[in-house]
Design a protein around this ligand. Structure first.
Ligand code: HEM
Length: 502
């Protein structure tokens, strides 16, 4: 194997056709304003509308070029649900991903969502993505002002046979001093996987290695994954060994190559409830004989980072701008001596149940997964906060992957919602975790703080957490096809290059 001067394994790097892969999958739109538009396709005109929209869709290549020129002024992405594929004459059951075929509403209870008829988190109450409110298509329109998003949206959704708008989320990043913040006040995203591969047109690596001594990472702590984790038609991770390429990710039919699966989950966020929990827990710890835990220190434990993104693993006593502002430091940590900086296997710095640790255990092999296996459950997160017309605040959580079952659903079901995972004595994820079974029959929600005490192992303080700070409010499971697949889908059936129905 040869390496180039930056340490990239050029002879093993997959070649990516960035003109074919839609933007936002491998490279984020990065626009401060984004509308998530949930659409019902007009069956008779669906192909014609896709054909008309196709030239507006942003490829990864045009996104990269726009970022280099100072940021995209506008970006558009189009994704289709199972019913959307049907409307365009394709067969969703030809795709290998069963959750995609089923759709989010059918998988809702598997994700631990409430099913009490009075609970707003129950699928039938969702404003979109419920049993009767599932969209055929999701159009994501981004721009640098809300007005520009509105103007572009108006253009895309006008004309004969244009789709009907079922639901509209106006999303906007919430810029903070150090990066974008979600509604609870935490910087997000800070950690994303890097992707191996070079651009077919320029030969440039998508995520270059910054330290030749660490060829498996882009920035320190940011693992370089094989692109098949996020885009069909390319090798993915080998679940047994980290570095060599695993099997090529197949979506089923060949036309899914260079496409990806998009999960969108709308979560309503109860910001006041979150802040109240932090204040009450701070007081409760003091009452139990552990003073000095400020509300900020408590809520940082729920995430595993301080508000500015400083990892608790690196700086347990408080935020450190020299770490949070440094791209090479902000993700350079693990939870065990393997990656350091300390042995935090027991969760003294970052509780074993903290959100970032539940969602990505890094170097801490879990009861269910080896170190290489952990990297087969990564998500490319593209969520943006929304604010509803009625003042509702929430997160349009969005993530790309090539297996909804192995990636998004595994993370939710096996890690976030599972009080015994990643390890015995753990807890539900404090941000979005929900017991699998109806309350009463399930392990109660609580959070385990390991606080310093006379015992060298510290004392595990269990704080009940009956109230949820987030409520699922819909979304959808979509396929984000390649540009050429959209072209094929938009051709009137008899003229399709593949001949007849897809
Ligand atoms: C309202 C919903 C959510 C909020 C407010 C939220 C917030 C956050 C924040 C503040 C971070 C730390 C920043 C970072 O490390 O990038 C984070 C990280 C992360 N979250 Fe969430 N999150 C939400 C839902 C979810 C869901 C549903 C999943 C998975 C199914 C998820 C998976 C992750 C992952 C994988 C990370 C990065 C962990 C790492 O690489 O260290 N999050 N989230």
């Amino acid at each position: 194997m040869s390496t180039n001067p930056t340490g990239d394994r050029t002879d093993r790097e997959p070649v990516l056709d960035l003109h074919q892969i839609q933007g936002n999958i491998l490279v984020p739109f990065g626009t401060p304003f984004q509308s998530f538009l949930y659409l019902a396709l007009d069956r008779a005109h669906a192909s014609a509308w896709v054909a008309r929209t196709l030239p507006e869709i942003t490829s990864t290549r045009s996104l990269i070029d726009a970022h280099r020129a100072g940021g995209p002024r506008a970006a558009v992405g189009l994704s289709l649900s199972a019913s959307g594929l049907r409307a365009l004459g394709a067969r969703p059951d030809a795709l290998l991903d069963v959750p995609f075929q089923d759709g989010l509403a059918a998988r809702s209870t598997l994700l631990g969502d409430p099913h009490d008829p009075d609970d707003p988190g129950t699928a039938r109450h969702w404003p979109t993505g419920g049993p009767d409110t599932t969209a055929d298509a999701l159009l994501v329109v981004g721009a640098d002002t809300a007005e520009a998003v509105g103007a572009l949206t108006g253009r895309l959704l006008s004309g004969p046979g244009a789709p009907r708008l079922l639901h509209h989320d106006r999303c906007a990043t919430r810029p903070g001093p150090d990066g974008d913040r979600e509604h609870f006040g935490y910087r997000d995203p800070v950690s994303q996987p890097a992707v191996r591969g070079v651009a077919a047109d320029t030969g440039e690596p998508l995520c270059p290695v910054s330290d030749p001594a660490r060829p498996d990472e882009a920035l320190p702590g940011q693992m370089r994954l094989w692109p098949g984790e996020f885009v069909f038609g390319h090798p993915g991770q080998d679940p047994v060994a980290f570095a060599p390429p695993g099997p090529v990710a197949s979506g089923g039919p060949g036309w899914t190559d260079n496409g990806s699966l998009l999960v969108v989950r709308r979560y309503r966020q109860d910001v006041a409830g979150f802040l109240k929990f932090a204040a009450r827990t701070s007081a409760e710890l003091e009452r139990r004989g552990f003073p000095g835990w400020s509300p900020d220190a408590v809520s940082a434990r729920l995430f595993g980072r301080w508000r500015d993104g400083t990892p608790l693993s690196v700086s347990p006593k408080g935020p450190d701008p020299s770490v949070s502002a440094c791209p090479s430091a902000v993700n350079d940590f693990g939870f065990t001596p393997l990656r350091g900086p300390v042995d935090d296997t027991a969760g003294h710095r970052v509780p074993v149940g903290a959100h970032i640790r539940k969602a990505y255990p890094r170097d801490h092999a879990t009861d269910l997964e080896t170190l290489a296996g952990i990297e087969t459950h990564r998500l490319m997160r593209r969520g943006v906060p929304y604010t509803g017309a009625d003042g509702e605040t929430g997160m349009a959580f969005a993530c790309y992957q090539t297996s909804i079952e192995r990636q998004f659903e595994f993370v939710v079901r096996s890690w976030l919602n599972n009080p015994y995972q990643q390890h015995e004595g753990d807890n539900h994820d404090p941000v979005v975790g929900r017991p699998h079974r109806p309350v009463g029959d399930a392990v109660p929600r609580e959070f385990v703080f390991r606080v310093p005490s006379d015992d060298p192992e510290g004392t595990a303080v269990r704080i009940p957490m009956p109230r949820h700070f987030t409520v699922p409010r819909g979304g959808g499971y979509f396929l984000t096809p390649s540009l050429s697949a959209l072209e094929t889908l938009s051709a009137p059936s008899p003229h399709r290059p593949l001949g007849g129905p897809l």
